[in-house]
Design a protein around this ligand. Structure first.
Ligand SMILES: C[S@@+](CC[C@H](N)C(=O)[O-])C[C@H]1O[C@@H](n2cnc3c(N)ncnc32)[C@H](O)[C@@H]1O
Length: 340
């Protein structure tokens, strides 16, 4: 059913892709016409604190407990994750992801006017899970833009999700596989990362950690991941640290469709009634999918999340810093690390 739905929406997708090619050319100009910029010092709440209260779906838990429970959710769903995504969204998540990636146009560098547009790029896909965004990035960079000097690092806190991604990556062309690395890391602290190990790590391997250096990343992406973080401001601060001046933060996440009451009602009915049931029937796991819909409900509004991005030091564009997809069911937020 999902593939039929995906085929039906391909014309809309082609239109979206053509439209996004335009918006790419305007990317750097968009950011230069900044409407909001914060110079406030980094606040204390942007430092992870295991004992600080946060929420896990509709429950209040500590940051440490949320991390453990989110790890349990994604370990449970890793094997069925891709199939469930298609079922839960009728394949629509593919359209959002295609649009997100083409709007960023990896492999074509708009960052420095005058620089070779096919300059090397390092893309960091945070909470990259089973690789949907990273694989699209590589395709766009290597095939669409003919730029083989684009490297994508898929980073995720959960080795079970990364392991599925690594297996899926074996069907990519060899040149794309060579341009891909998998690392385990908590988005809230990218000073500690370790390469994914497909076999049980030896004691020495388990200890190998390295930091993602300051000012080293051209493009930071996070898709459907950030609402699961225990401390979102800390993750945004880390995004700002690792990005080069002029580098772009881009987030695709579920959002609020409340500007369209009828759509919103149908969407909420589907989310709260159908998704946990599908989770139970298809993946044998109702609770994990109950958490997923509750976490969407708890995620900030488009404007509040945009303000968090600004508070982390990013500048946002004249479009208000975000773009609604499907009436706000999902939204893309972008911010640029100022050049000076
Ligand atoms: C819904 S999946 C999204 C996967 C992929 N980006 C996609 O769009 O299909 C959310 C991912 O966030 C990861 N995650 C949750 N908390 C994290 C954290 N603190 N740091 C890094 N990744 C995290 C989970 O392990 C999971 O793989």
């Amino acid at each position: 059913m999902a593939s039929v739905a995906a085929a039906a929406i391909r014309p809309a997708l082609r239109w979206a892709l053509r439209r996004s090619a335009l918006s790419n050319c305007q990317l750097s100009r968009t950011f230069s016409s900044t409407v909001r910029q914060s110079r406030a010092p980094i606040p204390d709440y942007a430092t992870p604190n295991p004992a600080r209260p946060t929420h896990f779906g509709f429950e209040t838990v500590t940051e440490a407990e949320k991390r453990e429970r989110v790890a349990e959710v994604f370990t449970n769903v890793a094997e069925s994750y891709d199939r469930m995504n298609d079922l839960m969204s009728f394949g629509w998540h593919r359209v959002w992801k295609d649009y997100f990636v083409s709007s960023l146009n990896p492999g074509f560098s708009p960052l420095t006017p005058g620089l070779d547009p096919r300059a090397p790029q390092h893309i960091l896909d945070i909470a990259g899970g089973t690789g949907d965004i990273a694989f699209r990035m590589l395709h766009n960079a290597h095939i669409v833009n003919g730029n083989p000097d684009v490297h994508v690092t898929i980073s995720d806190i959960n080795p079970a999700m990364l392991t599925v991604g690594k297996q899926r990556s074996r069907s990519l062309p060899a040149s794309q596989q060579a341009a891909l690395s998998f690392v385990e890391a908590n988005a809230e602290d990218l000073t500690k990362t370790k390469p994914l190990s497909m076999s049980p790590p030896s004691t020495t391997e388990a200890d190998i950690t390295s930091a993602i250096p300051d000012n080293s990343v051209d493009l930071y992406t996070v898709a459907f991941g950030i609402r699961n973080f225990s401390n979102i401001p800390a993750a945004l601060r880390e995004a700002h640290r690792v990005l080069k001046p002029g580098g772009v933060f881009a987030c695709l996440e579920f959002s609020k469709a409340d500007k369209f009451p009828l759509l919103n009602t149908i969407y909420k009915e589907w989310s709260f009634r159908a998704i946990p049931l599908i989770g139970q029937l298809v993946a044998g796991d109702r609770d994990s999918y109950q958490y997923l819909v509750e976490s969407i409900e708890r995620f900030p509004t488009q404007e509040d999340f945009r303000d968090m991005i600004v508070d982390a030091g990013f500048v946002v564009g004249s479009n208000g810093g975000y773009e609604d997809l499907t009436g706000g069911v999902a939204a893309i937020h972008k911010g640029m690390k100022p050049r000076a």
